[in-house]
Design a protein around this ligand. Structure first.
Ligand code: HEM
Length: 311
């Protein structure tokens, strides 16, 4: 005799397929022929492990490639969480805060694991293989840019020199031309763009414009401001917003900066970055002043952004 919960499951399956005007028996028969799922097929282990193709004979280049791939996977997990917040209609402070905290934890992993970049490769090897990789740069990580675009209004990502100076009706493409990161690849006097920036924009600029248009009213900062004031003041949510902004724009930025300092500075000598930026100034949070959620900080906190971090 069939157990009661088994017949409940069969009834639910039947209900599901009937509501889609499908014959449940065909689907049940399909179960008979399905193969067992294996770990390696499900996680696509073979594909994942076939994606490392060093360009040099130096062993530590593999560490560099795999570490960047781990970063890109975590960026994808972050974008996955942001999308859920963006698409949620009746956004509760708990859901919002929980998703933000997930992202902050991913960034904590990224920040602490920068130790791997800092101490996990021989400096001599790194300085050799980076020449082979020129003009590629982490600067060209499109997912990192997407995280920024989905986190805040483009106006908050504009280079400090142009903030408040662009015409109010500037379109998305014009704003993107003036984002802070353009400074790493553009000579503003001649308008000339580095090859790193040219190649990056050829590949991704249109995708950034489309994404910025899609997230104009649903990026994290816009979503937060769309909530009733009492929800915005919810302590847990406010704390999660501040923690997110600090984790991404100070903690991660400093971990990255310290890795760059380790490899690109010897004594007082500073090497040029593969992307060609004046990287010490460009990467430090006190100059970069990237702040996703300006309204959750006091004037003094905004003023002192990154000032306490060593250069
Ligand atoms: C040895 C380790 C690393 C060094 C020395 C390093 C160095 C640099 C430098 C100097 C820049 C400034 C732009 C340029 O002129 O190229 C930069 C930008 C960037 N790098 Fe790295 N990086 C390292 C690891 C990573 C990793 C693991 C990631 C993760 C994907 C990453 C992502 C980025 C991003 C997103 C930018 C642009 C950041 C921004 O615009 O603020 N980097 N990197």
């Amino acid at each position: 005799m069939m157990k009661e919960e088994e017949s409940d499951i069969l009834k639910s399956i039947e209900g599901k397929y009937r509501s889609q005007k499908q014959d449940p028996d065909v689907y049940l028969e399909g179960l008979l022929w399905s193969k067992p799922i294996t770990y390696w097929d499900y996680v696509e282990v073979d594909t994942l492990l076939s994606l490392q193709r060093p360009r040099t004979t130096l062993e530590d280049e593999s560490v560099f490639i795999m570490y960047h791939q781990v970063n890109e996977l975590l960026f994808k997990m972050i974008l996955h969480e942001i999308r859920q917040i963006a698409e949620k209609d009746d956004l509760s402070p708990n859901f919002f805060a929980e998703r933000l905290n997930r992202i902050s934890r991913y960034f904590d992993v990224l920040s602490s694991s920068f130790e791997i970049m800092q101490h996990g490769m021989e400096k001599e090897q790194y300085l050799k293989f980076r020449t082979t990789l020129t003009p590629a740069s982490g600067f060209q990580s499109a997912q990192y840019r997407m995280i920024e675009i989905c986190s805040t209004d483009l106006d908050n990502l504009i280079d400090a020199r142009f903030k408040g100076k662009l015409p109010a009706d500037s379109d998305v493409a014009t704003k993107i031309d003036h984002l802070y990161w353009q400074a790493a690849g553009k000579n503003y006097t001649t308008g000339e763009r580095s090859l790193t920036l040219q190649l990056f924009e050829e590949r991704y600029k249109q995708a950034f414009i489309d994404l910025a248009n899609r997230y104009k009213d649903v990026n994290l900062w816009a979503k937060y401001r769309s909530l009733p004031v009492e929800v915005q003041n919810d302590k847990t949510l406010l704390q999660a917003m501040r923690h997110f902004d600090h984790t991404v724009n100070i903690t991660w930025v400093m971990a990255h900066y310290n890795a760059a300092r380790h490899y690109l500075m010897t004594g007082s000598e500073t090497k040029e970055a593969t992307g060609g930026s004046d990287w010490r100034k460009y990467m430090h949070p006190k100059y970069q002043r990237r702040i996703f959620f300006p309204g959750v900080w006091t004037d003094a906190e905004l003023e002192n952004w990154g000032q306490d971090q060593p250069i």
